[in-house]
Write a protein that binds this ligand. Structure first.
Ligand code: SF4
Ligand code: SF4
Length: 184
């Protein structure tokens, strides 16, 4: 019987990825560029989801792997069943975050995600300077990579003022919708 509270059921329902179709060939894991740094490899996460075991599901939500994923889609392109693992990981990240289960070693990555989204939400475009400042304030990594700034500025890679899109209301609606979706 299908348990509607089960994580794999929710993943399948929201992402459209049928977890049960994974037959553990391991091609996703073999091609993942950050697989060696993950605590749970992509194919292992798929197997754990299939188990429908609450303790394993909890382990996934508290793992580093979901935050290390680069969304490069190598796993997706190699999967013989065309299972969209990056989409699954995106859902898992949202759930891990909203339930306060982010791995303690992944907090800087989460801060980067937040700073990135804050910068886009403010202007509708990415403004690198706002992103860097927001990230440094939240992580206290104040001097990390700071020596790169003058060269980037001289090459026109950093602008002082942000560019803004005109449709600010549309942007606000988009972020409101995304926020609601992530909470579901
Ligand atoms: S490549 Fe696809 S079928 Fe193979 S283990 Fe990964 S998710 Fe499962
Ligand atoms: S999308 Fe994520 S899990 Fe898939 S290969 Fe890239 S880094 Fe690995």
């Amino acid at each position: 019987m299908v348990d509607k509270e089960d994580l794999s059921f929710k993943v399948s329902q929201i992402t459209g990825v049928n977890i049960r179709e994974c037959y553990q060939c391991g091609k996703c894991t073999a091609g993942c560029p950050v697989g060696e740094r993950m605590d749970l490899r992509p194919s292992v996460i798929m197997r754990m989801l299939q188990s429908e075991d609450a303790a394993l599901e909890e382990e996934i939500l508290r793992s580093k792997s979901i935050w290390l994923c680069l969304t490069c889609e190598t796993c997706y392109s190699r999967c013989p069943m065309e299972l969209d693992i990056p989409k699954v990981f995106d859902y898992l990240r949202g759930k891990s975050y909203s339930e306060g289960k982010v791995n303690s070693e992944s907090r800087d990555i989460v801060s980067f995600h937040k700073s990135f989204l804050n910068a886009v939400e403010r202007n509708g475009r990415l403004h690198e300077m706002s992103l860097i400042l927001d990230y440094k304030i939240h992580t206290w990594n104040l001097f990390q990579d700071v020596v790169l700034a003058p060269e980037m500025y001289s090459k026109g890679k950093l602008s002082i003022l942000p560019e803004r899109i005109k449709d600010r209301k549309g942007l606000a609606r988009l972020f409101k919708y995304q926020f609601k979706k992530r909470k579901s």
